[in-house]
Write a protein that binds this ligand. Sequence first.
Ligand code: TRP
Length: 331
Amino acid sequence: MTRIFSGVKPTGHLTLGNYLGAVRQWVAAEQEPDEALFCVVDLHALTVEHDPARVRRLSRQAATLLLAAGLTPEKCTLFVQSHVDEHARLSYLLECTASDGELRRMVQYKEKAAKAQGSGEGVRLSLLTYPVLMAADILAYRTGEVPVGEDQRQHVELTRDLAVRFNQRYGYTFTVPKATHPVVAARVMDLQDPRSKMGKSGDAGPGVVFILDEPEAVRKKVMRAVTDSDGGVVYEPAARPGVANLLDILAACTGGEPAALADGYTGYGALKRDVADAVVELLRPVRVRHAELAADPGTVEAVLRAGAGRARAIARPVVDSAYRAIGLLEP
Ligand code: TRP
């Protein structure tokens, strides 16, 4: 049996990209005999300028949406990162395992630090150490597989390096995990800027479809998606990223092959209409279920409380053994 762990950061409303690239894979993973843990990683939301009330609201909303998307608390462990102290405890030991240079090389750090600096916010130290905390999230559970989007590959590689290094220096303690990526639509791109990822942290741009968008809003965004100046519908991600993104989304919603789907279209209008319909239908049941759950916050809270209890029971002995291995005295 493989243990699966993944996390979602409550820094923005969840998008179609999060749904197709991550959440839907989680729901599928849960159906297998593996043990799955899914975590709302709220500590990670504090690495950039944040509003406390918003983080609280988005954390609750993320948990509610994950349940609405089909995660079942009987089959997986859904919890909030800050409810389980072992993440922060282990993170410190891993800071003592990682090097400064290693973290400064992280592509996401370089991008986000430049952005924070540019806006005059200053760069929080936690932005640099963020991947170490992510490694702690993963290693505390002796995770085997980490289903994530492509943009997290480098962080999972770092996690592997830290696990191997710790094990070599201090004795076998951690499972060395591997990243897994969904085959289609691992990366849904922004509808207005198809060379960059459909992000949830950015503002509510016109190229971002949120899971909870009203059907009308979804249609509007899809119909206004930028295509490419060249007419004709062909699947060429490098040369024609706008059309390729629409085909990727359609394929992910309907289960076809993007290149084969392209053959069915002569113009952009029909393609966009079909994409809009497919996305609206895909998200409809999730929106309905979300509304039901949001009206009943006690249920979600109870799920999170039970989840944290189960998570703690797994992580505690692992982190304790890391404390002993690294040379800290037993209390
Ligand atoms: N860094 C991930 C992201 O931005 C979120 C995350 C934090 C995560 N900890 C994790 C993902 C552990 C997988 C496993 O999307």
